[in-house]
Design a protein around this ligand. Structure first.
Ligand code: HEC
Length: 111
């Protein structure tokens, strides 16, 4: 009986925690979007950027805090948003067209 009740409470707590999370999933750095973004970052960006996006990587600069607009321009078009001053003048980074739908996730992770 006691075990059943604690299980019930545990489950309701988990449920409450989950609902709270999904409400602002796109806002928090810990939400599911950021989680997907982190995985995509590890797979696609680590060759050049640092495992810690706040640090300079092997070839690429630190990119923590990159906005949605910056990521979209850089990842899909190899450009920068109007008026943006790039951290580097080089144009080494390739485009990643398959990440088109993942830009908001990457932005959530890099926030
Ligand atoms: C082949 C190496 C390479 C890979 C892979 C790569 N980058 Fe880059 N990235 C660079 C380099 C080098 C720069 C500096 C500008 C340039 O030469 O293109 C850069 C610049 C950037 C910038 C602009 C930084 C600024 O503020 O000026 C962003 C944003 C960025 N990368 C994001 C990413 C993301 C996200 C990924 C993974 C999807 C990624 N990069 C994968 C090499 C890479």
């Amino acid at each position: 009986m006691c075990i059943r009740w604690s299980l019930f409470f545990f489950l309701s707590l988990t449920l409450m925690a989950c609902t709270g999370d999904s409400e602002n999933a796109t806002e928090t750095a810990q939400g599911p979007n950021a989680d997907r973004g982190r995985r995509l970052y590890l797979v696609n960006c680590l060759t050049c950027h640092n495992r810690d996006p706040a640090k300079t990587g092997a070839t690429g600069p630190a990119i923590k805090g990159s906005s949605n607009a910056l990521l979209e321009e850089k990842i899909l078009h190899r450009r920068y948003p109007p008026g943006y001053v790039p951290k580097r003048n080089s144009a080494v980074m390739p485009a990643f067209n398959h990440l088109k739908k993942a830009i908001p996730d990457l932005a959530a992770y890099l926030r």
